[in-house]
Each structure stands twice: as C-alpha cells, then as structure tokens.
Design a protein around this ligand. Sequence first.
Ligand code: SF4
Length: 181
Amino acid sequence: MENKINKITAELYALGAYKVNVIDASKVVTDPLFRDMCKSNACGLYGKCWTCPPDCGDINQLITSLEKYTKVLVFQTVGKLEDSYDFEGMTEHKKSFARLTLKVKQMLSKERVEALVLGAGGCGICERCSKRDNEPCRFPTRAIYSLEAYGVNVYELAKSAEMKYINGKDTVTYFCAVFFD
Ligand code: SF4
C-alpha cells in the first residue's frame, strides 16, 4: 500500500498539488454541528447538489462511516487570484480542483485502492448539478462528496497535515482527503 500511496503522491505533485501529506485517521476531527452551517446555505448549494446536504445523507451516519479507515492522504491546491473579488478566478480554480480530485479517484481505481475521496464544497463535476432539475445524478461513480458534508473540521485537518489553511493574500486554497486503510 505504501508504494501505491507514494506513487499517487508523486502524481499529485506533478499535476499541481501544492502540498500532500498522509496522517492517521484518528487525527481527523469531526462535528455534526457542521451540518447546521450547511443549512445556513452560505454557499448557495444546500438542496442544490446530490452530494451536499440534505441529500448527501445523515451526518452521524456519514461520520461513523469514516471509522473504518486508518489513514488519510490529504492534499491541498492553492490558486492565485487577481484580487479578493476575482470570482472568475475562484470558479476556475474550483473547476481545476474538481478535475484533480476526479483524477485521484481514477488513480485509486487503477491502483485498486479502496478509498473514500472527499473534496471541497459542492461536487463540481457537472456545470449544473442534475439535482437542480430533480433528475438523478449523471455520474454517481464520479460524484464527489465534500469534507463538510461528512462533518470534517477542515481547519483541524490542515493543522494535522502540517498545512496552512490560508496561503496568503489573493489566493484560494482547497483541501481533499482520501480515506484508506
Ligand atoms: S456528478 Fe453531476 S449530477 Fe452528480 S452530484 Fe456531481 S454535479 Fe451533481
């Protein structure tokens, strides 16, 4: 397993990941209260994406489902923005992060590693999630659930992985966690 994870780590760096690290799953902090933050709908995705609350599933069940994993590969991407109002830049970076997360899923499948991949924010695979039109998910095997949906404290995750949560002025940082055994 170590060789496979080292290979995936090297590929992630080659594909533009800013930092990659492997931590013990016991260091991951979760809290069901994150679901309340999702309910406030600050991101506008509550009820608008199959992998976001409330459609992603019961928070306590999702948190419990993490217990079977012993290790977590964490990676972060850092995108440059023109300024803090550069929404186009943020959207572009979110898209490239989603592509990288999907690529990780493909690498894991190629290496036959059974893992759970959690990304940032909404799924991001389709331009418009089919949930908005009350249609089934177009790509259930590709769809990406978020760290927030599983109640993972991303700030603590960054600390455990020895990464900065924020990486300077006019940048946007995203995190992905790959739970494996
Ligand atoms: S794959 Fe597409 S339809 Fe399925 S959850 Fe993701 S964005 Fe929505």
